[in-house]
Design a protein around this ligand. Structure first.
Ligand code: ADE
Length: 424
């Protein structure tokens, strides 16, 4: 695009755009469901005239979501949902190849992160698309009345949904939000197989560490923790799970992992990975007993699962020893290695979830945005789940794209399931 027609933006280097475009096109080859939606959106324009403020990880997959929304007629402004997850070539391509207003620079500081959120909000959106609830939270704290124009929003991730439910319970949520995370075609796949693969990918890219024969501790056995544990075991690790929920702990045990308190697990860890969504999961007590050379990584949304200020206080020095690997030398001589600043290791040190799984997550985003456009006036200021028909249709389309056929119930079976008379 000619430089004077570019949309508003703040990206690292527009010169990276051609490279970004190639990678966006590559991801598109693995997003067949989103492509079908994009093709329909291009004909039907269900989002014509809707201004969307999006706060998402700026990746090749997100770029394809933005293109689907653009095809549907939406006017878009995008910022990063994490200071370290932006792919700078993608941000450049979004601006100069596709004309989408983008504010995101990998490694931006906190002030810039919020300046970018405010830049996106100042476009006066009617809809929000968030990942982690920082955008929605900033909009609810804004005092200039921007929120009055917003009729609905979507939220991508578990952490964001937890925050939104808290807003709903406290009576402060000002518009309806569809929790994309709650769709089965999102969390069963993205959180489990996406986080599982991309977290190990992040740890390995950052460290080139041999997982086979090592002890990997996974804190939290939600969908993300299950995926990380599964993939670590697949690579030959002895996997230890820590949990606070007795049912999940039991599940981890019966899935074949060792389960123990986190301080015990910390003594054994070669790699300690947090995926809980809670704060200070690795705290002084765990740091005090870790082995020399142990690595710490986080795959939860925020960088507060590992108590980094405590780690710094317990250390006499720190230095970067590789990209995304910081060595902390503790006062007792042990060295601990923090990956990617304790931020999402899969998006900071690797590329996030593969496109093949984001295909379903972002199909949910696109169809939820369309649903909101059609139904927002009938909804309350609450958190809604993705309608089951949308969820099941996405699964059907994904199976078809993967050339997998399944059976249908016969009439006899349908009747049987609907009856209560027949028994032993
Ligand atoms: N969240 C996790 N992986 C992602 C990706 N590849 N793109 C956008 N958001 C993500």
């Amino acid at each position: 695009m000619p430089i004077n027609t570019l949309p508003k933006h703040d990206v690292k280097d527009l010169g990276l755009a051609a490279h970004g475009r190639l990678r966006i096109e590559w991801a598109a080859t693995q997003m067949p469901v989103l492509r079908l939606i994009q093709e329909r959106f291009a004909k039907e324009k269900p989002l014509a005239g809707v201004k969307i403020a999006a706060c998402l990880h700026v990746t090749t997959e997100t770029a394809n979501l933005m293109l689907a929304m653009q095809a549907g007629g939406a006017d878009l402004a995008l910022c990063a949902s994490n200071p370290l997850s932006t792919q700078d070539d993608v941000a450049a391509a979004l601006v100069s190849e596709y004309g989408i207003s983008t504010f995101a620079v990998k490694g931006e500081d906190n002030d810039t992160y919020y300046r970018h959120i405010n830049a996106v909000l100042s476009t006066g959106p009617n809809m929000t698309m968030d990942d982690g609830c920082d955008l929605v939270s900033a909009l609810h704290r804004d005092t200039t009345g921007l929120i009055d124009a917003v009729f609905g929003g979507t939220e991508e991730t578990t952490t964001g949904v937890v925050r939104l439910r808290s807003m709903q319970e406290n009576g402060v949520l000002r518009y309806p939000i569809v929790a994309v995370n709650e769709a089965s075609t999102k969390h069963f796949f993205d959180n489990r197989y996406g986080t599982g693969q991309s977290t190990l990918d992040g740890v390995i890219r950052a460290t080139n560490f041999l997982i086979a024969g090592s002890t990997v501790v996974v804190a939290g056995y939600g969908w993300c923790g299950r995926g990380i544990a599964m993939r670590a075991r697949g690579l030959g690790a002895n996997v230890v799970v820590t949990e606070v929920d007795p049912i999940r702990a039991l599940e981890a045990l019966m899935d074949g992992y060792r389960v123990m308190p986190s301080v015990e697990a910390a003594k054994r860890a070669d790699v300690f990975i947090t995926a809980t969504g809670d704060v200070n999961v690795v705290d002084r007590a765990q740091l005090a007993v870790m082995k020399d050379g142990a690595m710490l990584a986080n795959s939860g949304h925020f960088n507060d699962e590992i108590n980094i200020p405590a780690l710094a206080e317990m250390s006499s020095g720190r230095r970067m020893v590789r990209d995304f690997v910081e060595e902390f030398r503790l006062t007792d001589g042990r060295r601990l290695y923090l990956l990617a600043d304790g931020r999402l290791v899969n998006l900071s040190a690797a590329e996030g979830h593969p496109a093949g799984v984001m295909d379903m997550s972002f199909a949910n985003q696109a169809l939820s945005a369309e649903f909101l456009r059609q139904h927002a006036s009938e909804l309350q200021n609450q958190v809604y789940v993705v309608p089951t028909e949308i969820d099941r249709e996405i699964a059907r389309l994904k199976l078809r794209a993967m050339n997998v056929e399944i059976d249908e119930l016969t009439d006899e079976q349908r009747k049987y399931l609907a009856s209560w008379e027949s028994g032993t």
